[in-house]
Design a protein. Structure first.
Length: 178
């Protein structure tokens, strides 16, 4: 191999390498331009995400107002839905029993401290007698009553043709220091 042939081959290799470099530079330029053109779309997407997060974040002065309003609503709920004595609870139960023509017998109650601030839990157990429709109306009236009653359990006791007897457990709360 002489020098002339070597130069010729070297020129071919250089030409291929230069062509490869030009193609690589063109590809990089294309990707860079394409990336720049995508920036406005990416910016718009990020801007929308920031605006959504701003809508979620509540300013501190608004939070203070909402907390105050929530506390007032809780206090009003406690005052309207929870009596401050067990006598008021039994007065409501007796009134509902009379209105629905059922008898609440052997009622007993137990007052316990509650995890809820300012409330004590009252658990009531007793026997309820009446015909089926009256008993169902009584239970429905309990659930709709202004005083907050929760029917924990109802178990069927004795029954005759005209009357059924249920063992009922009711839970409620009354205001007072726990």
């Amino acid at each position: 191999m002489n020098v002339r042939q070597m130069r010729y081959r070297l020129r071919i290799v250089m030409g291929v390498l230069i062509a490869f470099n030009v193609l690589a530079a063109g590809a990089l330029l294309f990707m860079w331009v394409r990336g720049i053109s995508a920036l406005p779309d990416q910016f718009a997407t990020l801007h929308q995400q920031v605006q959504k997060q701003k809508a979620i974040v509540i300013p501190p002065d608004t939070v203070d107002g909402r907390v105050k309003e929530a506390r007032e609503q809780i206090a009003k709920f406690y005052e309207n839905r929870f009596p401050n004595s067990s006598a008021a609870i039994f007065e409501d139960l007796g009134r509902l029993a009379n209105e629905n023509h059922v008898h609440l017998n052997n009622a007993s109650y137990q007052v316990e401290d509650s995890e809820l601030p300012g409330l004590r839990q009252v658990q009531i157990g007793g026997n309820l007698t009446g015909d089926y429709a009256q008993v169902m109306k009584f239970i429905n009236a309990l659930e709709r009553e202004k005083t907050f009653f929760i029917v924990d359990s109802v178990n069927l006791g004795e029954q005759s043709q005209n009357e059924i007897r249920l063992n009922i457990r009711i839970e409620t709360y009354m205001r007072g220091e726990a």
